[in-house]
Design a protein around this ligand. Structure first.
Ligand SMILES: [Fe+2]
Ligand SMILES: [Fe+2]
Length: 269
């Protein structure tokens, strides 16, 4: 029996949390979705993740939360990691960092679903280990179809070239790979030659009449005057944005579908 998995891109502030709360429960039912992974690095007011946002997302039907370069924006993320085993941060953060970046979960139906969160290094500030070396180490340790029934990977990358290279080395070893971080969905969703579903960026769950979820004023000031300005989350109807995969018994992707529900984007489901 196949599995349906959904990946949702960066949740940005209240518009992102609200559309997930309003749309995800119905969508899960309608599409028979077994497992939802959601990047929530901007869920708490645009910066990081707190207890309240974590609870809201899990209550709406998210199974596992992933993060990115905004992981440490809120101090309470450390206690979120302690309380929830289903919140991951990129695996290639320094080894001493709190939290974990890879885990295997078992669904109520007994399916083993692994989730990997990894961060790119190109145009990204941070003392991150090489995502390629970290990936190749996992290749030696785990096998799709043996150690887990499905593997969902969130590649949190700024550079599309880095994301596609990471996607390529995981082809045939994962069920669904989606990028996150740029907050803009790409149109390259497809099944790669060895059977892994792939999209370079899932886009954000947030309000798209904005600069990546923020009101235009501060980013415009930054770009036009090279000045500093505090970002404010724009308010408006959010789009639940991501990608969905039908996973076969061998763990590979049979069908990949973009998801854009609600808000101002062209709808897809
Ligand atoms: Fe990010
Ligand atoms: Fe983000």
């Amino acid at each position: 029996m196949s599995l349906n998995v959904l990946f949702l891109g960066d949740v940005v502030g209240k518009p992102g949390r609200r559309v997930i709360k309003d749309e995800l429960p119905k969508f899960r039912e309608e599409k028979n979705i077994d497992f939802v992974v959601c990047n929530a690095e901007n869920a708490a007011g645009g910066f990081g993740l707190d207890h309240k946002s974590t609870r809201e997302l899990f209550e709406a039907g998210v199974d596992v939360i992933t993060l990115g370069d905004h992981t440490w924006d809120k101090h309470e993320i450390n206690s979120v990691f302690e309380q929830y085993s289903k919140v991951l941060r990129p695996l290639n953060f320094p080894k001493s960092a709190p939290g974990k970046g890879f885990a295997i979960y078992t669904t109520a139906e007994g399916k083993r679903i692994a989730v990997l969160n990894i961060i790119g290094r190109s145009f990204m500030n941070g003392a991150y280990d090489c995502p390629f070396q970290v990936s190749r180490a996992l290749h030696k340790e785990y096998r799709l179809g043996e150690d887990y029934d499905a593997l969902v990977i969130d590649i949190h990358a700024e550079a599309t070239a880095e994301a596609v290279c990471l996607g390529h080395i995981w082809d045939g070893r994962a069920s669904l790979i989606s990028g996150s971080h740029t907050h803009i969905p790409t149109a390259d969703y497809r099944i790669m030659p060895k059977g892994t579903g792939y999209q370079t960026d899932a886009g954000m769950c947030g309000f798209y009449d904005s600069s990546l979820g923020s009101e235009f004023k501060a980013p415009l000031h930054r770009f036009e005057n090279a000045g500093k300005a505090m970002l404010q989350i724009a308010s408006g109807p959010g789009t639940m944005c991501g990608v969905m995969a039908k996973v076969a018994d061998n763990g590979l992707c049979e069908e990949i579908t973009p998801v854009r529900v609600g808000g101002v984007l062209h709808q897809a489901r």
